[in-house]
Design a protein around this ligand. Structure first.
Ligand code: TXA
Ligand code: MG
Length: 322
């Protein structure tokens, strides 16, 4: 039987059975593809860390399909509940105090007393979680430190036979990992920018969240410490031109991409749409990374809305290369 199967009611039921039996499954979410395991099963969670080569200090996000389960796992403050009500299902992971009797494996939480919860908006992810009857730990389904996968074939290339099954359902719509917000302190703090923007948070809570995406010495999220999101080819950011031996990743209207079919040049969004750019970012980086170029020159991206998240991932990629 093939490792990659199209998501259907039958394959979704099979994936849920694999998860209940302690196996690990690559599955689509609206952000990126995830590598799923039963979060209450330490052996299954250990398989996820092993398959990714992920350092055990880095906790996993726990995915749930309903609010009842979320409330059983963590203590929601009123503000956190407001966020969940307004923005779930969706690309938002909320860090909360974990309940003592949550039953979540300590390995999944890297020993922390907090837990990151997310209710994904993707029908296939929701169906698998619901059918498994378990809270599902799911990091991005890529080898640790490499680009996150936005398609089932990315998952197969990165993790191959280390997983028991990969469900395929096209390209991940958002294309960037979820926004991570820490709701355990006095002020909400965004630890990872994503498709849920600071403005979205402010609209719900009536206050501006702080933003701390860890581009400094004392990151708050273990994941911020680690090598991240790096293609093998060097990136040159804020580039307005392309050198002969470089690839070019453009954004917005530019003479460089107009009317040309050149495998070395890709435009994240010819019209300058940040949503489209986010959805294309990892796929285009994956593709250009394979071309053997001296570097990938990247156009300036506006630092607002989803542009914050795109620039965060690009800066991390460069940081990991230095
Ligand atoms: O969009 C997503 O969030 C995807 C899909 C599959 O849902 N998942 C994902 O997981 O990106 P991962 O493991 O690649 O990233 C999780 C991030 C890491 O940076 C981790 O350190 C942070 O969330 N994190 C998880 N639990 C945390 C906690 N209790 N406190 C602080 N940071 C936490
Ligand atoms: Mg990841």
């Amino acid at each position: 039987m093939s490792l990659v199967v199209t998501a259907t009611p039958e394959s979704i039921a099979r994936a849920a059975a694999v998860l209940r039996d302690g196996g690990i499954v690559g599955l689509p979410t609206e952000t990126v593809y995830g590598l799923a395991a039963d979060a209450t099963n330490g052996v299954a969670v250990a398989k996820v860390f092993a398959a990714k080569g992920r350092p055990a200090i880095n906790p996993l996000i726990v995915h749930i399909a309903d609010m009842e389960t979320a409330e059983r796992l963590a203590s929601f403050t009123d503000a956190a509940r407001d966020l969940a009500t307004a923005l779930w299902p969706g690309p938002l992971s909320i860090i909360l105090k974990r309940r003592a009797d949550s039953g979540i494996s300590d390995l999944a939480m890297a020993g922390l007393s907090t837990i990151a919860l997310r209710m994904p908006a993707h029908d296939v992810a929701r169906a698998v979680i619901a059918a498994s009857g378990k809270p599902i730990a799911a990091p991005s389904a890529n080898a640790s430190g490499t680009l996150s996968p936005t398609s089932a074939s990315h998952v197969a290339e990165s993790l191959g036979d280390k997983v028991d099954l990969i469900l395929a359902a096209g390209s991940a719509g958002v294309g960037l990992e979820s926004t991570v917000i820490d709701m355990t302190g006095d002020v909400p703090v965004i630890l990872r920018p994503g498709a849920v923007t600071p403005e979205d948070i402010e609209r719900v809570l009536g206050i501006k969240p702080a933003i701390d995406s860890g581009h400094h010495d004392q990151p708050k999220s273990p994941g911020q410490l680690l090598r991240h999101y790096a293609p093998g080819t060097k990136l040159r950011l804020n580039a307005t031109d392309k050198k002969e031996d470089e690839a070019y990743l453009a954004f917005g209207p530019t003479m460089l991409t107009r009317g040309k079919v050149d495998p070395a040049v890709k435009n994240l969004s010819p019209n300058g749409d940040l949503n489209e750019a986010a959805a294309n970012l990892f796929g285009y980086l994956h593709a250009l990374d394979k071309g053997g170029y001296a570097a990938i020159a990247v156009s300036p991206i506006p630092d607002q809305g989803l542009g914050l998240a795109i620039n965060d991932r690009l800066r991390r990629a460069v940081g990991a290369q230095n």
